[in-house]
Design a protein around this ligand. Sequence first.
Ligand code: GAL
Length: 677
Amino acid sequence: MYPERPAGIAFGGDYNPEQWPREVLEEDVALMREAGVTLVSLGMFSWALMEPEEGRFTFGWLDEIIDRLHAAGVAVDLATPTAAPPAWFVARHPDVLPVSREGVRIGFGGRQSACSSAPAFRAATARLVRALGEHYRDHPAVVMWHVHNEYGAPLGECYCAHSVAAWREWLRHTYRDLATLNDAWGTTFWGQTYTDWSQIDAPRANHTVVNPAQRLDYARFSDGEHRAHYALQRDILRELTPHLPVTTNFAGTVNCKSTDLWQWARELDVVANDHYLRAERPDNHIDLAMSADLARSVAGGAPWMLMEHSAGAVNWQPRNLAKRPGEMRRNSLAHVARGSDSVLFFQFRASRFGAEKFHSGMVPHAGTDSEQWREVVRLGADLRRLAGVRGSRVRAEVALVWDWESYWALELDWRPSVDLGFRERMDAFYEVLWREHVTVDFVHPSADISGYRVVVAPSSYLLTEASAKNLHRYVESGGNLLVSYFSGIVDEHDTIHPGAHPGALRELLGLSIEEFHPLREHETVTLIDGLIDGRAEEDARVWSERVRLAGARAVRRFGAGPDAGHPAFTRHDLGAGTAWYLATAPVTGLPGLLGEVLDHAGVTRPRGLPDTLELVRRGRHLFLINHGDRPVAVEGVSGVSVFDGVRHDGPVTVAAGAVTVIEETQETQETRETLQP
Ligand code: GAL
């Protein structure tokens, strides 16, 4: 259920007028009108003002603001302020303060200072949300609910007594009897057998490594506790306002490890995501695209909302670089290209005090005679012209397997190499596809993937038997699967699948691994062509292993290193499809190897475009975003340029740093569809 209002692409951001004198509200409303702001998120951190003492609710100040915004035609995404429990509440219930894995109880003075499992916090949450919901249920300005703020960041796991009590309940519910738990956790290792539920603690900091299955379950449990805290609020709001969508903003799909967003997305009426650039990375627009694609994917392909990004610099990175001219526009339109129906910022007006006073806002400290504000106003105009994009879908032929459980498990302690990390391979494959102008979806390994020409599994260390079967079926019925090293190794309890690695994928890949040979820090090995023997082709790093073929054939072999002469890149034709396996991390050769798989599967890519041009199709709109410093000519474009109304039939030139959106003519789309093999 997407919010019905505002129409078109929603534009605006978090708005915190409670930090300003009343007259600034008037100025802000005028500025919102000037920029064409249509939606603001209100009340996110205002619990202390909404309930100054237990049970006394004061919404008058907020009524005034909401009425004023409504009169100006600005819709409200009303937040429940549970990410900022007030001082009086924490003082009365100090037991709600979260405890870290190291045993440190955090103090009041930041935010997210209550444990999602604490009974007093849940009770206070329910009271407040009911009062808020009852007060605003019929207010015409309120178009949706925004629960809490960024569950999981920074508070992922809590180790307080309430958490431990809830954890034991969760374990009883999950395992039913202790024998099953002991078995699942492999407690015969290091003599950890439990004989009573009360003996089980949270996996606190330890002088050695804690049982990995216990830690993995604690990650599941902790995420579930936050979800329960969300659901408590959502259910109250749904009861009071069944016509309004309820959401919570994800703390960056790709950058918040602790939340399993496949699970979360099912609980939301509309997916909302925050994304902040890692400012110093020159190609940070690729991370942005990945975050947006993952948001769309967890939303099941439906339009989602960009709930927060920044107009300029953030304040929490080592060096907070301001956005360069045009960068905020490129960022915003890239989110829209990849499925967002909103462009919202943190925050409307930059704060003068508090922890985030050096964070940019749509209205900067410098005021409206600034490049920043002019860009904001221009973006508002752009988005009005893009209203027709709303609701349309992005189609992808290639999918990347992304599973948070595998992320958690892979990054526990004592793996064969510190160079193994979930994001490392994921980013490497995503980046190659991005630079090849191939739009991708992300999928859970158990999902229906039959519609994709190619599925890539870069970091599927944890793979259940059921998911492995799903991948097997996909290949047998004609799919192309590319698996990267250290995948299919363990089951849902971090227990190695029986027999040689990769236990879950041996048959599918037509091979087994006799021994891992992780490389030294700067060591590289060469890959040589498997068919024309002896020709050194490219370097690879991080990983080598002894692959034994059992049905697959070698497409490349290791030319040097511990596995010289043995397979490094293999293919296994199985049923109507093919399973490929890459046993190392190529340094420059990944585009070539991945290209072989894409070609084999008939995934066409536009030729001759620089890898700084972002090209995405959403519905009948073609987005061309030039991240480079030279103009780019894109051939064969037929349609109308949305921003200047110019009709094109042939090449379109996108200026350096610019964005062009073409509403394609019907014929072009049909031709494109029939041209696709
Ligand atoms: C987000 C958060 C916002 C604001 C922003 C600053 O993570 O949800 O409230 O703190 O970061 O970049």
